[in-house]
Design a protein around this ligand. Sequence first.
Ligand SMILES: [Zn+2]
Length: 326
Amino acid sequence: MPTVETVRGPIDSADLGATLMHEHVFVLSTEHVQNYGTGGWWDEEERVRDAVEKLDELKSLGIDTIVDPTVWGLGRYIPRVQRVAEQTEINIIVASGLYTYDEVPHQYEHRGPGLLLDLPTDPMVDDFTRDIRDGIADTGVKAAFLKCVVEAKGLTPGVERTLRACSATHRATGAPITVHTSSHNQAGLLALQVFRDEGVDLTKVVIGHAGDSNDLDYLSELAEAGCLLGMDRFGLDIYNPTANRVDTIVALAERGYADRMVLAHDASCYIDYFPGPDAQAAKEQIAPNWHYRHISQDVLPMLRERGVPEEQIRQMLVDTPRRYFE
Ligand SMILES: [Zn+2]
């Protein structure tokens, strides 16, 4: 029986159920908080309680699992997520990897093959592998997938090194990969180029934020390569409105790619890009649908109304996520 690691430990992959493939629990600028404080807007107990409430609500809407790609660069802190996971029924899957649009952290800068401190392997690979095989820090929680980024700057040396480190870890452990991409420069194709070169199993790759694009040729090229398309920013209308995202899913399903799309919001219980009550209120005004409930309450009914069959919705929510982790 294939199992998948979650925050509460391994579960049968058949029990993943309806899965949102890219949601954060918390996004927090840890180093900023440590040095500047929060002026009171971060209350640990309140934030944990609030997260449990939001995830319970999501569970009541029929979602069984969220996949959380919060890694270094976004404030990954597993003990806090453990506290949430202990109090909610929903499964939370966590990641290893690195979130950078450009350079690697200085911690990695000088160490590795061919660098100032010439090491036999990239220390990034050692760290990522440890997260997957032994667990993250001393929490006992194992990462089940890898996260990296190709943004508007494209394959900078740091970004390329990160993708190659994720690829090497994927080859050694079998862990699948989710790559955040920017759509306007078709960064998915840049990621694809590196993953191909590294011998990555492309059926184990989610091209994250592919759903920001409505370019059917670009998206079909990624799907033809075997990749999964992350239709994963529902509610972020500033990047692509819901109606267009739905149109694109319908069109891709008609082209035969229903088994290569996964769904999510890229939402969070709390994201400190908008710290404090005023910024949070502004966020809700700018992106009123950017929350965990939008897909269940609005998007799935829209897809059904557009004639997307139940079987295809099941593929996007249940079967494809399961296949990705098996
Ligand atoms: Zn994200």
